[in-house]
Design a protein. Structure first.
Length: 212
């Protein structure tokens, strides 16, 4: 199964990607990891990507997709793969098509914006690595870590305004992909649930008809 996994920041893509990878024994691919791997390995495309990064520029879609295509052709992906969070735009999707990368299904995890803001802005973390949520997993004492007693803080990425800005970018750049893949008959949507296991059950059910 060659799968693209879509969803807004905070919709739970990473969690579900890991679940799908475990069930179907296919690798979950994060673009950043592949890019870093190609640069470290010193491939031609890796060198090209490094030259843009060293110059403080964005790596062009053509180079990123070339690196992804090389990786998808490796033995690790011979039984399928999960592209987690890529493509992020229509031009990237078109380039993926032009390079002959075959996609079987595009799964979109749907969660309302206000729910995502609540989920992410409610997170609290500690320098010791412990993680909490004011609604779903609160510490015993407000603002204090249960494990080490240090003060909890909100990561910059989890601040409500930051989350809203990231969601706005997602809706503008990435959401049009749903219509793009819907027209190709590849799009399947799943409503994200409060419990991870409930979302996973819906994901597995949605993917059943695409099993080899």
């Amino acid at each position: 199964m060659n799968l693209i996994l879509m969803g807004a920041p905070g919709a739970g893509k990473g969690t579900q990607s890991a679940k799908i990878s475990e069930k179907y024994h296919i690798p979950a691919i994060a673009t950043g990891d592949i890019l870093r791997g190609a640069i470290k390995a010193g491939t031609e495309l890796g060198k090209a990507a490094k030259s843009y990064i060293d110059a403080g520029q964005l790596v062009p879609d053509s180079v990123v997709i070339g690196i992804i295509k090389e990786y998808l052709a490796s033995d690790e992906c011979k039984n399928g793969f999960i592209l987690d969070g890529f493509p992020r735009s229509i031009p990237q999707a078109e380039a993926l098509d032009e390079m002959g990368v075959k996609i079987d299904v595009v799964l979109s995890i749907e969660v309302a914006d206000d729910k995502i803001v609540e989920r992410m802005s409610g997170r609290r973390v500690c320098s010791c690595g412990a993680s909490y949520h004011v609604a779903y997993n609160p510490p015993k004492t407000e603002g204090v870590c249960d494990k080490c007693g240090a003060a909890l803080y909100i990561r910059a990425d989890d601040a409500a305004e930051t989350v809203k800005n990231r969601l706005a970018t997602f809706h503008a750049q990435t959401e049009p992909l749903k219509e793009y893949y819907s027209k190709k008959g590849l799009l399947v949507t799943v409503e994200g649930q409060e419990e991870v296991a409930d979302t996973t059950a819906l994901v597995y059910r949605a993917l059943q008809s695409f099993e080899a």
